[in-house]
Ligand binder design. Structure first.
Ligand code: GTP
Ligand code: MG
Length: 370
């Protein structure tokens, strides 16, 4: 998103623009002095001249403009928990998500075709749970980078016939660092060689003591393939949600996180967003990083057009000026103009940082020649 002209870059590097143009030509890139190159390329070129350029996070600016107001207790309402599934390769993360979706997506009315939007809502006993498709660690990394909590609960999938593996441990560490609740699903219980006790022992070695061994880690045996134990697992998710009392104010301007985004040939920039606060509505002017626009249409995970989406609801939105970055926050602005101006500021800030953070690197030779 952040671009800089050759002229500006040369200025900041204290060099003749022609040197940069020559360097770019060596790379097989023709550029004129007024041409803008992106940050990555600018950084590459600068580095060859021993100058490091850094691009600062853009989040602060939007956070600054759309300052979070503390909600009053009476404005808060219960919201569905947001859950990610994580675990070692082949332990059944995708199978489990698919099985949950196919058995617990209740709305099957006419026109309701389950659509892949990167997140979905399932229902158990009338209570909703939001699942993100994003691999847990990615969701956590994004959220830690932005300092915002996206997920509430991580379902840690461990295959009963394979046990705790390196990525299981990684997942545990990620979840802990992010401060999310861990619920263990011991999967593949139908398999010969399934050994849940061994899994529990290995979990204990990682500091996760399951409930039936006197600890407080919830652990549910399941079989994604046979569809067994899924209700139990979801009940535990709802139990943890109840204990943590997840709440949000649904009656204010929406904000949330971009979960996925891409350019769609017919529809333009398309983004799946998770609303975290407020209610997002068709017609709302929004901004996410450098992308802005008025929401033209919203589609839910069942493929239905919706007019609004409250806290913990994932929806696909149309109407953005460009493809936003997954993990970025989005904000509803007061007007189209404010949204555009905020996005412009983010863009401009990107430029400023390239300029501002330039610093000469001292080479070893310099040191010895002193
Ligand atoms: P990656 O995305 O590659 O990390 O794998 P994953 O964790 O998503 O696992 P996936 O769901 O793709 O399942 C891996 C293999 O395990 C597939 O062949 C599944 O059919 C099988 N599998 C998943 N769950 C079960 C289960 O409950 N029982 C049995 N028998 N097989 C399962
Ligand atoms: Mg998978």
């Amino acid at each position: 998103p952040a671009n800089i002209s050759i002229r500006d870059l040369a200025d900041k590097m204290n060099m003749a623009a022609i040197e940069l143009i020559k360097n770019l030509m060596k790379k097989g890139k023709m550029a004129t002095i007024n041409q803008e190159i992106d940050f990555e390329l600018a950084a590459q070129v600068a580095e060859e001249f021993d100058i490091i350029v850094e691009l600062e996070e853009e989040k602060d600016l939007l956070e600054e403009i759309f300052k979070e107001v503390e909600d009053k207790e009476e404005d808060l309402e219960a919201r569905p928990p947001v859950v990610v599934v994580m675990g070692h390769v082949d332990h059944g993360k995708t199978s489990l998500l698919d099985a949950i979706r196919s058995t617990h997506v209740t709305t099957r009315e006419a026109g309701g075709i389950t659509q892949h939007i990167g997140a979905s809502t399932v229902t158990l006993n009338g209570k909703k749970i939001t699942f993100l498709d994003t691999p847990g660690h990615e969701a956590f990394t994004a959220m830690r980078m932005r300092g915002a909590q996206v997920t509430d609960i991580a379902i840690l999938v461990v295959a009963a016939d394979d046990g705790v593996m390196p990525q299981t441990i990684e997942a545990i560490n990620h979840a802990r660092a992010a401060g999310v609740e861990i619920i263990v699903a011991i999967n593949k219980m139908d398999k010969q060689g399934a050994n849940p006790d061994r899994v529990k022992q290995e979990l204990a070695d990682q500091g996760l003591l399951v409930e039936d061994w006197g600890g407080d880690t919830i652990c549910v045996p399941v079989s994604a393939v046979k569809g067994e134990g899924l209700d139990n697992l979801l009940e535990m998710v709802l139990l943890v949600a109840e204990m943590n009392n997840y709440k949000a104010n649904p009656n204010c301007k929406a904000r949330g996180t971009i979960v996925e985004a891409q350019l769609d040939k017919g529809r333009g920039p398309v983004a799946t967003v998770l609303v975290q606060r407020g209610t997002l509505k068709v017609g709302d002017p929004i901004v996410a990083g450098c992308a802005y626009g008025r929401i033209r249409a919203m589609v839910d995970d069942k493929g239905r057009q919706v007019k609004k989406a409250g806290p913990s609801t994932p929806v696909e939105i149309l109407g953005l000026s460009e493809v936003p970055v997954a993990g970025d926050m989005f904000y509803v602005a007061n007007s189209d103009k404010q949204a555009r101006q905020a996005a412009d500021k983010v863009k401009a800030q990107g430029r400023l940082q390239i300029l501002g953070q330039s610093q000469q690197k001292v080479s070893l030779d310099d040191l010895y020649n002193q």
